[in-house]
Design a protein around this ligand. Structure first.
Ligand code: ATP
Length: 451
């Protein structure tokens, strides 16, 4: 099947159907910042839920935490972010734009015809200098050196500084993990590609503490687990791959890093990173805080655990899911755009439609089915316009099933269920719809776009 998707089509559908809006639009917009509309919020909730379920709820060895966004500034000294969380920045004196020195190939210069920075004789680039990506702020009424603080650029440090609390209160023993979901902030030099690189994003990170001699085993384990999670939620195999970083590419703390990459319309790019952070973070915080962060067993055994970290943002998952799902096809001489999303990721699970919106009897039946289903599922009622148009609206937001109340329903209390992907329709009794939906959600789903 030919992949019709481009980033522009995803941006335009997201906007048209109220998934994502450019932020502060009435003030002229704020580059690469976005607000989520209703369907975007529903989809983000699903991504968060599926992650939390796999990482925390379905396991005995991982607990949750929700730490502050603004932490003690020393946290970021200890973690190495104040000194080292930088990207190489280059200015162009001609077009006045800024670029990441290591991403010149992916950037375009501000002048027409647009070329990569440095490609034309007019480009007048400065030498690269280090630019720290942390957003600074001040805390309290006084704005001086002592009040300086940072918005967290990752959620991980909020986990490390709570290591002792969790160890004591949750009474855990390695291997065990702490998971956190929350906003992170990075003053990216070149944000862009829709939600792929933004300055505030919602990270989902889990720090898995293990005995040092088991670190490699668990590193491999988490690469597999996370890859399988993407497969389970329908991302096609041919669009996923694991890329191991070479030693020169790794972060200062890393003893091994692999990216799960997805083939976005911009090319293969990092979706999620899995790193073996060694004992770097716990050792640094022990040194800077003078609080010993180590595991002490009942038999007196003591060691600083190594940490395996799967880290991803909801934004990068959302773009991958939308891109993977986007499809256009001609059905009965009419073109339809459809999001072939996994049913558990789709913002709306089912639409309830009276065939004729002006029929009081059909409306009453449909509304009563809707009221019943909405207590357990994300469902939508729609009686506005021709039925074909209503189906298309649901296709565009990826609703897997539509239940339609028609003439026959009034006679025998059955409805049709229409399948978004195959367009097949079958009849079932109204009383059985709830159970049918539960079963359908538990069935595995594979993208009809292939592997
Ligand atoms: P990149 O090389 O793309 O800048 P990174 O290696 O700095 O990413 P990490 O520090 O490993 O990213 O962050 C973990 C995860 O957080 C990434 O895999 C990605 O899913 C997400 N992430 C990082 N930066 C951004 C961003 N600016 N916008 C959206 N998601 C992000």
């Amino acid at each position: 099947m030919n992949d019709a998707v481009t980033m522009d089509k995803i941006v335009s559908l997201s906007r048209r159907r109220g998934f994502v809006f450019p932020s502060s639009e009435i003030y002229g917009g704020m580059g690469s910042t976005f607000d989520y509309g209703h369907y975007g919020v529903l989809m983000k909730n699903n991504i968060r839920e599926r992650w939390f379920e796999a990482m925390v709820r379905n396991r005995d060895d991982i607990v949750a935490i929700d730490s502050a966004v603004i932490l003690h500034p020393k946290v970021w000294e200890a973690s190495g972010h104040v000194a080292g969380f930088t990207d190489p920045l280059i200015d162009c004196r001609t077009c006045k734009l800024r670029f990441r020195a290591d991403k010149l190939e992916d950037s375009s210069c501000g002048r027409k015809p647009s070329k990569h920075p440095g490609e034309t004789p007019e480009c007048d680039l400065t030498e690269p200098r280090r630019f720290n990506l942390m957003f600074e702020t001040t805390v309290g009424a006084l704005q001086d050196e002592g009040s300086r603080a940072y918005l967290r650029p990752e959620t991980a440090q909020g986990i490390f500084i709570n290591f002792k609390n969790v160890l004591q209160i949750a009474r855990r023993k390695p291997p065990f993990g702490i998971a956190q979901i929350g906003k992170s902030f990075r003053n990216e030099i070149t944000p862009g590609n829709f939600l792929f690189r933004v300055r505030e994003f919602e990270q989902m990170e889990m720090e898995y503490f293990v005995p040092p001699d088991e670190a490699d085993k668990w590193y491999r384990y988490w690469i597999d687990e996370r890859l399988n999670w993407y497969r389970r939620y329908g991302l096609r195999d041919s669009k996923l791959r694991v890329r191991e970083h070479g030693p020169e590419e790794r972060s200062h703390y890393s003893r091994g890093t692999s990216d799960i990459e997805y083939e976005y319309p911009i090319g293969w790019s990092e979706l999620e990173g899995i790193a073996n952070r060694g004992d770097f973070d716990l050792t640094q915080h022990t040194e800077y805080s003078s609080t010993k962060l180590e595991y002490v067993g009942q038999d007196g055994e003591r060691y600083v655990p190594y940490v395996i970290e799967p880290a991803v943002s909801i934004e990068r998952i959302m773009v991958a899911l939308l891109v993977d799902a986007y499809d256009e096809e001609v059905v009965g001489e009419r073109e339809r755009t459809v999001l072939r999303l996994h049913p558990k990721m789709a913002p709306v699970t089912a639409a309830i439609l009276p065939l004729i919106g002006k029929s009081d009897d059909m409306v009453a039946k449909a509304r009563s089915l809707y009221e019943d289903l909405r207590r357990r599922h994300s469902v939508e009622y729609d009686d506005n316009g021709a039925i074909g148009r209503r189906y298309r609206r649901q296709d565009e937001i990826g609703t897997p099933w539509a239940f339609t109340v028609d003439e026959q329903t009034l006679a025998d209390d059955t409805v049709t269920v229409r399948d978004r992907d195959s367009l097949a329709q079958e009849r079932l009794s109204i009383a059985g719809v709830g159970g049918w939906l539960e079963d359908a959600l538990e069935r595995g789903w594979k993208s009809p776009k292939g592997n």
